[in-house]
Design a protein around this ligand. Structure first.
Ligand SMILES: *Cc1c(COP(=O)(O)O)cnc(C)c1O
Length: 305
C-alpha cells in the first residue's frame, strides 16, 4: 500500500533490529543494496588514487574492481593451502596501504582464517589501515576456531564487518546487506551511500527474516547436512575437495574442468569452473537442497564414466 512513498532512507527499523541483535548502537550499522554495494561504498569512502589495497587471490572479485575504479592499486597475495596467507599479506602492507580485505570464509575456497591467526595479524597491522572482514558466509561456519569479526568492532578496532541477507536468509533477489563498524567508519560509509539504496519490499522482508529464527536454523542445517552428504559422495567417487565452512565446495574433478562444466550443463546443472582462479581441474559447487545434490552426483557419475 505504501509503495508510492520513498522507502526509509537509512532503513531505521531494520537498523534498530540489527543493532539490538548484535548489542551495538545504530551508529555502528549501515544497510545498503547488498554486500556488493557496501564493498563499492568502502572503496568510495576510503580509497584514493594510488592507495594500495591488500587482498588474497583467489578471493571475491568485487574487491579488485571497486578498488581500481577509485584509482587504487589491488595488491594480491596468493592463498596458501587454499587459505589466506596472513603473514605474507602483512609483509605487503606499507605506507601506501589503506585497506586490507579478508574474506572469511573465503569465496571460492570456503576456508577460514582462525582467531589466533587474525589476532596475530591485527596486533601487527598499523592502526591507520582499515581491515574489512567480509563475512557473507558467517552463519554456515561450525569451526570453533572462527573469529567473529564483531569482537574487533566492539573493541573499537579499525574494522568493518560485511554481512548479507542473500545467503543464509535466501533473499539474494531482493538485494540487501549491511556493514558493522566503529561509528566514524560507518559515518564515512553513510557519506557515500545512495539516497534510497534499499527498497521497501527488501526492508520488510529483511525485518521478517531476522525474526524468523526457525527458517534461519533450517537454512543452516540444510547447508551443513548438504556439505556432509556431498563429502561422503565425493569420497566414494575418489574425488578430493577443500573442506568448506561456506555454502559451496571447491571440488577437484581430476580432469579438465571445462569438460566437466559442459557435461553438467547438458544435465541442467551450472557450476563455477575454476580456470579463472588457476584451478584448471576444479570447480565450485553450491550446496542446495538434497534433491539438487542427488541430481548433481548422478550427473557427475555419468560424466566421469
Ligand atoms: C555473495 C557475496 C557477497 C555479496 O552479497 P550481496 O549481499 O548479495 O551483494 C559479498 N561477499 C562475498 C564473499 C559473497 O560471496
Amino acid at each position: 500500500r505504501n509503495i508510492h512513498f520513498y522507502p526509509e532512507a537509512p532503513c531505521s527499523t531494520l537498523r534498530t533490529a540489527l543493532a539490538r541483535r548484535f548489542s551495538l548502537k545504530e551508529g555502528n550499522v549501515v544497510i545498503s543494496n547488498g554486500a556488493d554495494n557496501l564493498i563499492s561504498m568502502v572503496a568510495n569512502a576510503f580509497v584514493d588514487e594510488g592507495d594500495e589495497v591488500v587482498m588474497a587471490t583467489p578471493t571475491f572479485p568485487v574487491y579488485t574492481n571497486t578498488t581500481q575504479i577509485m584509482g587504487g592499486i589491488p595488491v594480491s597475495v596468493p592463498l596458501k593451502d587454499f587459505t589466506h596467507d596472513l603473514p605474507e599479506m602483512l609483509k605487503r602492507v606499507n605506507r601506501k596501504t589503506k585497506l586490507v580485505y579478508v574474506c572469511n570464509p573465503n569465496n571460492p575456497t570456503g576456508t577460514i582464517v582462525t582467531r589466533k591467526a587474525l589476532d596475530d595479524f591485527m596486533s601487527r597491522l598499523p592502526e591507520r589501515v582499515i581491515l574489512t572482514l567480509d563475512e557473507a558466509y558467517f552463519d554456515f561456519v561450525d569451526d570453533p576456531n572462527f573469529p567473529n569479526g564483531l569482537g574487533y568492532v566492539k573493541k573499537g578496532k579499525q574494522v568493518i564487518v560485511l554481512r548479507t541477507f542473500s545467503k543464509v536468509y535466501g533473499l539474494a533477489g531482493l538485494r540487501i546487506g549491511y556493514a558493522l563498524g566503529r561509528e566514524d567508519l560507518i559515518k564515512g560509509l553513510n557519506q557515500v551511500r545512495d539516497p534510497f539504496p534499499v527498497h521497501r519490499l527488501a526492508q520488510v522482508a529483511a525485518e521478517a527474516a531476522l525474526k524468523d529464527r526457525k527458517y534461519e536454523e533450517m537454512s543452516i542445517r540444510m547447508i551443513r547436512d548438504g556439505r556432509k552428504y556431498l563429502y561422503r559422495e565425493l569420497e566414494r567417487l575418489g574425488l578430493s575437495y577443500v573442506p568448506s565452512q561456506a555454502n559451496f565446495i571447491l571440488i577437484d574433478f581430476g580432469r579438465d574442468i571445462n569438460e566437466v562444466f559442459e557435461g553438467l550443463l547438458r544435465e541442467g546443472i551450472i557450476i563455477r569452473p575454476g580456470r579463472i582462479w588457476n584451478y584448471p581441474t576444479s570447480g565450485r559447487v553450491t550446496i542446495g537442497r538434497i534433491g539438487d545434490h542427488r541430481k548433481f552426483i548422478k550427473a557427475l557419475k555419468k560424466i566421469l564414466k
